[in-house]
Design a binder for this molecule. Structure first.
Ligand code: FMN
Length: 394
């Protein structure tokens, strides 16, 4: 994609990765983009680079605006390779001695990826760099989502370069949120649920800090997806997702099955929930990616997990999902477990134990059915669903 001038002298020179479907284990719906930004003033700054394989494309994009050798400095908001993989190539092209600005942790982490001979210049919160008529300042955002993460703010144009925060894995020619319309919120929700949810308390503090400081934004520029020309919309969504309160009367049933019994149970539990006014999504793990399931979990009140017993344990995909969800630390959820078994039936207890460790509320005892559920068994599943519905509404 050709560079886009988003404000006078400020360009998005990033690239689109149309075909990536597996982003470190996260299943993207529509690829992604690696955004990088060039600010042309008396001095010229490049904010972030792109994934390694796209380095030449980035350089070509920059070359349509200026001679890359004229870049005076590079600013690295985040060390992760999708934004830094091209750094060695770019530094080599623009002059290895040029300053590479980053946070304190950025210096530490970048030098563990690349040469420690680069001209690292450490920035701290509130530091300013004048480019001439434009001034850059920096906001520490440690652990949002890496220790090195920081934001860069272009004061005069009120543009925030927010690194991975507010991003979406979305590939498209549209530059701004309003051009895509409401469907962009799904991609932003998926990104938040899978990358940022565990840092919800830090996000709330950051939103508070920014609000208190009275910082205004004309555009928020994340390193993935579209740029937010309506920043209020995404800031409000982040505040809501981070509070994890006021979720919808919605339940996600996450399950897997070998011989269909737990599947039949899942559908009957779903009926019990639906008949009692709950919006319910049964999702079988070998058909749905864990990142899609987490997207649904984010705004659901209940997560109900079903697994057959296999070798005295839970089915491996369920263990995978529980590990993943645990790491993302969802809060204020109701949980429940069910599953079919043959003789020892450990799965329900193991799931309940895990949900308990995540501080989920378990208002209804788990439901186990031996082998194939008959009509009576299916009725028990519906009843289990309706009891859960009452707890969700209560
Ligand atoms: C390889 C294998 C191992 C199993 N191990 C156990 C077990 O340790 N304990 C148990 O209670 N049932 C065990 N079962 C029985 C299943 O839990 C039972 O068939 C159940 O109905 C399967 O549910 P599903 O149709 O949802 O997969 C095992 C089944 C298979 C195929």
């Amino acid at each position: 994609m050709k560079p886009v001038e988003i404000a006078k002298g400020v360009y998005d020179v990033g690239v689109i990765d149309w075909n990536i479907r597996d982003f470190h284990g996260y299943s993207t719906h529509l690829g992604t983009s690696y955004n990088a930004f060039l600010i042309v003033d008396e001095k010229i700054a490049l904010i972030d680079t792109v994934k390694k394989g796209f380095a030449e494309q980035l350089l070509r994009n920059i070359s349509t605006i200026i001679d890359p050798g004229k870049i005076d400095m590079v600013i690295s908001n985040h060390t992760e390779m999708d934004h830094s993989g091209s750094l060695p190539y770019i530094m080599d092209k623009i002059g290895i001695q040029k300053p590479l600005y980053c946070s304190k942790m950025g210096e530490k982490n970048l030098s563990r990826h690349f040469s420690s001979d680069l001209n690292y210049q450490v920035l701290k919160e509130g530091d300013e760099i004048s480019l001439g008529s434009k001034t850059l300042t920096f906001i520490e955002t440690r652990m949002l989502h890496w220790p090195d993460s920081m934001f860069t703010y272009l004061k005069e144009d009120k543009i925030l370069f927010s690194s991975d925060a507010f991003g979406q894995h979305y590939a498209g020619h549209e530059e701004f949120d309003d051009v895509v319309g409401n469907k962009i919120m799904f991609h932003a929700q998926k990104y938040y649920a899978n990358i940022l949810l565990l840092y919800a308390p830090l996000i709330l503090k950051l939103v508070e800090k920014i609000t208190k400081a009275g910082l205004e934004f004309n555009i928020i520029c994340p390193d993935h997806g579209v740029l937010w020309r309506n920043p209020g919309r995404i800031i409000e969504a982040y505040a809501k997702w981070s509070k994890q309160e006021d979720c919808a009367d919605k339940a996600v049933i996450v399950y897997d099955t070998m011989w269909d019994s737990t599947h039949q149970m899942a559908l009957a539990v779903a009926d019990g929930l639906h008949e009692n006014g709950i919006d319910v999504r049964p999702m079988k793990l070998r058909d749905w990616d864990r990142s899609d399931i987490m997207t649904e979990v984010l705004d659901a009140k209940a997560v109900i997990i079903g697994s057959p017993t296999l070798n005295n344990g839970i089915f491996p995909t369920i263990a995978d999902f529980i590990t993943y969800m645990k790491g993302l630390k969802p809060k204020n959820k109701i949980g429940a477990a069910f599953g079919s078994f043959g003789w020892s039936g450990e799965s329900v207890k193991i799931i309940e134990q895990n949900l308990g460790e995540m501080n989920f509320d378990l208002p209804v005892s788990g439901l186990k059915i031996p082998f194939v559920p008959d009509n009576n068994g299916l009725e028990k599943c519906r009843e289990f669903g309706s009891q859960l519905a009452k707890a969700i509404k209560g």
